[in-house]
Design a protein around this ligand. Structure first.
Ligand code: PEP
Ligand code: MG
Length: 611
C-alpha cells in the first residue's frame, strides 16, 4: 500500500499517541434485510416473529414508563403515544397484511408500512398528527431493532485494549467507554469542540475526529498509530514509524510528569498577577484527575452527562447525593454546577426525541429547562439542598440569550427556594449565581446581565459557533471554527470589560482555555479564571508562570489590530517560538498545524468537486 493511503488526516482533539489494534465499530443504521418467504408455514412464522417484536417493544416501553419520575408527565405521555403507534392499524395491521399477501419478511414489510404511514401523517391538515411523524419513526425503529436482535451495548465485543474506530460516537457513548480498554479514539465525524472530543480529553484518551474516511480505510484488527496532537493516523506502520512514535509517546509523558510537579502552586505570572485555573469535568470520577493536575476549583461541572449516562431520568435524591459528594470532595474549593445543558447533540435515552431541523438553534440548554420546568425544578432542588454541605457550590445557567431569559430562570430558582423554606429544608441562601456567555446577544447586553448575577463564564465553544455561524460538531466546516477570529476576541474583551465594570469576576471555560497556545492572549484579555480539562492544567500553569501580564496586554493590543485569525495565529506563533520553543517542538505546533491541514483539506475538497 502506498504512503498516501496509509495516512489519514483528521482533527487532533486529545493529545497523546496511541499505538495498537484497531477495533472498527460497525454501528451504522439498522440494516433492513429484504427477503422473500418461500412457503406458507414460514409466513405464519414470520407473522409470529413480528408479533413477538411488537410485544417486546410494548413491554420495554411499559418498563421505561414505570421508571420515569411521575413529575415528568410529558415524557410518560410520549411513551404512551409510542405504545399506541405500535398497534396502530396503519402500521401493525398493514405489516401483517403485507407479510401474508406478498410473502416478504417482517422488516421489509414494516419499513414499507412505516413509509406509508409517514406519508399519510405528513399530508394531513392536523398539525398535531403531522408532528407525530417522528414518533412513528421512533416506535418503528424500536421494533426493527427487536427484529434484528441488535446488541444495545456497542462496546460489548471489546475484549482487549484497542483503538476504537467509529463513524461517530455520541457524547453519552463516549462517557460510557471503558477507558482502561480504550487506547485511542478515531471517528469519521466531529469537530474540536464536539462533546465527544471534550469527553476524550477529560478521560485522557488520545483522539482524532473528523477523519472522514477512517471507518472505510482502517481494517479491523490491524495495528495503527494515532497521534492525537497532529491528527495523523498511520495504517500498517513500519518498524521505524512504530519506534519513532513510541519514543515520542515516552517524551510527552515525561514532559507531563515533569510539569505536573509544579502544577499545585497557584497560577501567577512573573510580574505577580494571579488568576485562577480550574477544571471542567463531566463525571464525579474526574475529581481525582482535577486534583492531581492542580485544579483550584471546578469551574464547570457539565451536569447533563449524569443524565445522559442512564436509561431513566435520575430522581432528586440521586442528584442530591451526587452534588453533595462532589461539594464535599472539593471542599474548600468552589464547585460550579451548570444547570442542565441538554439538547442538540447531548441527548439522553429517557428524553423525548424532538424532531428539529436545526437542533443547535432549537430547544436546548436553558430554553429546554424553562420548557420542562418540573425537570428544571427537580435539579434546582437537588442543587440547593446540596449547597449547605460545604457552602462551596456556585450555580450557573447556560446559553442565556438575554436578561428576560435570565430573570425567568432566576424566578424559577426563587420559587424552588420558597418551596424549600416552606418545607423548612435548609439551603445556602448566599449561593453565587452566574451566567454563561455563549451567544452574541448575551455579549451585546453583558452590562445588563452583569447587574443580575455574581459572575460570568464565557463558553467559547458555543460563542464561536454562534458568532461565526458554523456547527461546532461538523467536520466539513471545522476549518472555519476559529477561536482567534477577531470577532471572537472582541466579544471576549467586551464581556470581560462589562463584568469588571460591574465588579464581577469573569471566567472562560470553553476549550480555548486549555489550549496552551492561547495563554498569552487569554492573560492579556484579563480573564480572572480559566477553566479547562484537567489534563491541560499543568501545561497552562507552566506557561502562565513564565509570562508577564504587561507583555501579554501589549500583545493583545497588537493582536486586536490584526484583521484575520491567520495573522493573529502568526503573531502567536512568533511569541511562542521566542518564549516557549519546547511547547512548539513537543506538540508540533498543534492547533496551528491542524488549521493548516484543514485548509489543505478545503482545497482538496474543491479539486475533487472540479474533477
Ligand atoms: C462552551 O460552550 O464553551 C461550554 C463550555 O459549554 P459546552 O461545551 O458544554 O457547550
Ligand atoms: Mg456551551
Amino acid at each position: 500500500m502506498d504512503t498516501a493511503h496509509r495516512i489519514i488526516q483528521g482533527i487532533g482533539v486529545s493529545p497523546g499517541i496511541a499505538i495498537g489494534k484497531a477495533y472498527v465499530l460497525n454501528r451504522s443504521r439498522i440494516v433492513v434485510p429484504q427477503t422473500n418467504i418461500l412457503d406458507e408455514d414460514s409466513v405464519d412464522e414470520e407473522c409470529e416473529r413480528f408479533e413477538a417484536a411488537i410485544s417486546k417493544a410494548e413491554r420495554d416501553l411499559e418498563d421505561l414508563k414505570q421508571r420515569v419520575h411521575p413529575d415528568f408527565k410529558e415524557h410518560i405521555k410520549l411513551l404512551e403515544v409510542h405504545q399506541m403507534i405500535l398497534r396502530d392499524r396503519l402500521i401493525y395491521g398493514e405489516t401483517l397484511q403485507l407479510i401474508r399477501q406478498e410473502w416478504i419478511n417482517a422488516q421489509w414489510a414494516l419499513v414499507r408500512s412505516l413509509a406509508k404511514a409517514r406519508e399519510r401523517f405528513s399530508s394531513l391538515d392536523d398539525e398535531y398528527i403531522r408532528s407525530r411523524v417522528a414518533d412513528v419513526d421512533a416506535a418503528g425503529e424500536r421494533v426493527l431493532r427487536n427484529l434484528a436482535g441488535r446488541e444495545e451495548d456497542p462496546f460489548q465485543g471489546i475484549r482487549e485494549r484497542v483503538i476504537l474506530v467509529a463513524h461517530d460516537i455520541s457524547p453519552a457513548d463516549a462517557a460510557q467507554l471503558q477507558f482502561d480498554r480504550t487506547l485511542g479514539l478515531l471517528t469519521d465525524m466531529g469537530g474540536r469542540t464536539s462533546h465527544t472530543s471534550i469527553v476524550a480529553r477529560s478521560l485522557n484518551i488520545p483522539a482524532i475526529v473528523g477523519a472522514e474516511q477512517s471507518t472505510r480505510l482502517v481494517p479491523n484488527g490491524e495495528i495503527i498509530i494515532l497521534d492525537g496532537t497532529t491528527g495523523r493516523v498511520i495504517i500498517w506502520p513500519t518498524e521505524e514509524e512504530i519506534s519513532h512514535y513510541a519514543s515520542r509517546q515516552e517524551e510527552l509523558e515525561n514532559y507531563h510528569k515533569q510539569i505536573t510537579r509544579w502544577a499545585h502552586l497557584p497560577a501567577r505570572t512573573l510580574d505577580a498577577h494571579s488568576l485562577k485555573v480550574e477544571a471542567n469535568i463531566e463525571l464525579q470520577e474526574e475529581i481525582v484527575a482535577a486534583k492531581d493536575n492542580g485544579a483550584e476549583g471546578i469551574g464547570l461541572f457539565r451536569t447533563e452527562f449524569f443524565f445522559m449516562n442512564r436509561e431513566e431520568l435520575p430522581d432528586e435524591e440521586i442528584l442530591y447525593h451526587e452534588y453533595r459528594e462532589l461539594a464535599e470532595l472539593m471542599e474548600p474549593m468552589w464547585v460550579t454546577l451548570r444547570t442542565l445543558d441538554l439538547g442538540a447533540e447531548k441527548l439522553a435515552n429517557w428524553f423525548p426525541r424532538l424532531e428539529e431541523i436545526n437542533p443547535a438553534l432549537g430547544l436546548r440548554s436553558i430554553r429546554l429547562c424553562l420548557y420542562y420546568r418540573d425537570l428544571f425544578k427537580m435539579q434546582l432542588r437537588a442543587i440547593l439542598r446540596a449547597s449547605t454541605a460545604a457552602k462551596n457550590i456556585r450555580l450557573m445557567f447556560p446559553l442565556v440569550s438575554g436578561v428576560g431569559e435570565l430573570l425567568e430562570a432566576r424566578k424559577v430558582l426563587r420559587e424552588v427556594q420558597e418551596e424549600l423554606l416552606r418545607k423548612r429544608i435548609p439551603f445556602d441562601g448566599d449561593m453565587p449565581v452566574g451566567v454563561m456567555i455563549e451567544v452574541p446577544s448575551a455579549v451585546a447586553v453583558a452590562d445588563m446581565l452583569a447587574k443580575e448575577v455574581d459572575f460570568f463564564s464565557i463558553g467559547t465553544n458555543d460563542l464561536i459557533q454562534y458568532s461565526i455561524g458554523i456547527d461546532r460538531a461538523n467536520e466539513h466546516v471545522a476549518y472555519l471554527y476559529e477561536p482567534l477570529h477577531p470577532a471572537v476576541l472582541r466579544f471576549i474583551k467586551q464581556t470581560v470589560e462589562a463584568g469588571h465594570r460591574a465588579k464581577i469576576p469573569v471566567s472562560l471555560c470553553g476549550e480555548m482555555a486549555g489550549e496552551p497556545l492561547f495563554v498569552p492572549i487569554l492573560l492579556g484579555l484579563e480573564l480572572d479564571c480559566l477553566s479547562m480539562n484537567p489534563r491541560a492544567i499543568p501545561r497552562v500553569k507552566n506557561l502562565i508562570a513564565r509570562s508577564r501580564l504587561k507583555e501579554c496586554r501589549r500583545f493583545v493590543k497588537k493582536a486586536l489590530e490584526r484583521t484575520t485569525a491567520q495573522e493573529i495565529t502568526l503573531l502567536l506563533q512568533e511569541i511562542m517560538l521566542k518564549k516557549f520553543p519546547e511547547e512548539l517542538r513537543l506538540f508540533e505546533l498543534d492547533a496551528v498545524l491542524t488549521d493548516a491541514a484543514l485548509h489543505r483539506k478545503m482545497r482538496l475538497g474543491r479539486d475533487r468537486f472540479r474533477s
